[in-house]
Design a protein around this ligand. Sequence first.
Ligand code: 3Y8
Ligand code: NAP
Length: 248
Amino acid sequence: MRILLLGGTTEASAMAQTLAQTGIDAVFSYAGRTKSPVQQPLPQRVGGFGGVTGLSQYLNTQMITHVIDATHPFAAQMSMNAFEACTRARLPLIRLERPAWHATDADRWTHVAQLEDTVAALPDAPARVFLAIGKQHIGLFAAKPQHHYLLRLVDPPQGALPLPNTSVVIARGPFDVAGDTALMRAHNVTHIVSKNAGGSGAQAKLAAARALGLPVILADRPALPGKHVAQNPRDVMAWLGHVADRGV
Ligand code: 3Y8
Ligand code: NAP
């Protein structure tokens, strides 16, 4: 058994710990989005594979027997490529994914179908918007330059930002409620934009918004292919054991 673990999330790091403890032959894969990703307890590779073709070649040359897709729920391209490559190679694939967040009565959430729709959900009158969505999609908000945007990024931005009126915070999660509440107060935030990432690493801002009575615009996650989905490393290990029994 030789496992490819597609990582980049808290769940992937927990999965890596479990695999390392069991001594199963596995390799951890990062996209290379950040300058210095967290070191994992497994051999790791960094960078894209080169689409489905590149991933298929990797699976073959590295003699991978199972793929665990523990990428972020919004890392849809990687998940689609993994599904396509594993289907072609007839390799077992499971997605390790955390449940979506659900509002309580105390929350002021507006759900939109996808990240691109969050812009239209912002008001026209100037506001102070906490864009807690990372770096890759902030260009969407150039359509509403009248707002002040608080950006939280993992690494300092290279070059000019696509928005005229910003404050930038460089921080890597997981985040806590006290920190996110203080951050929103310090920047007089009036609106929060977030992905429905689920999990614990990015949840603090929702609790902070609830405490401050602030509205949250939440993008639903994209639909992903594949029928095997687990919500914790233990279920993935059971699936591995099960699949191994069938001699797959
Ligand atoms: C490169 C690996 C671990 C994993 C930690 C989780 C928790 C902290 C919260 C906010 C939201 C956001 C962002 C976020 C969180 C965890 C997890 C998570 C959100 C690292 C990491 C990589 C990335 C990539 C990065 C994206 C960005 C998204 C920031 C490491 C730290 C906003 C997602 O600058 C960039 O280009 C950043 C790109 C993809 C989303 C985007 O579109 O910009 N994650 N995040 C992974 C790789 O190279 O393969 O550097 O150590 C991992 C984590 N980020 O092991 O504990 O599991 O979700 N990551 C979102 O949820 O909306 C921050 O600020 O409130
Ligand atoms: P994406 O849009 O789904 O993927 C874009 C391309 O990045 C993929 O086609 C692949 O390149 C490469 N890639 C993505 N994840 C990879 C991995 N784990 N190992 C190797 N290559 C990978 O992905 P993304 O949203 O940019 O996310 C990139 C990384 O950040 C992932 O590890 C993800 O788990 C992590 N992350 C993302 C978010 C988010 O909000 N999207 C949040 C937290 C963490 P090739 O086509 O060349 O193979």
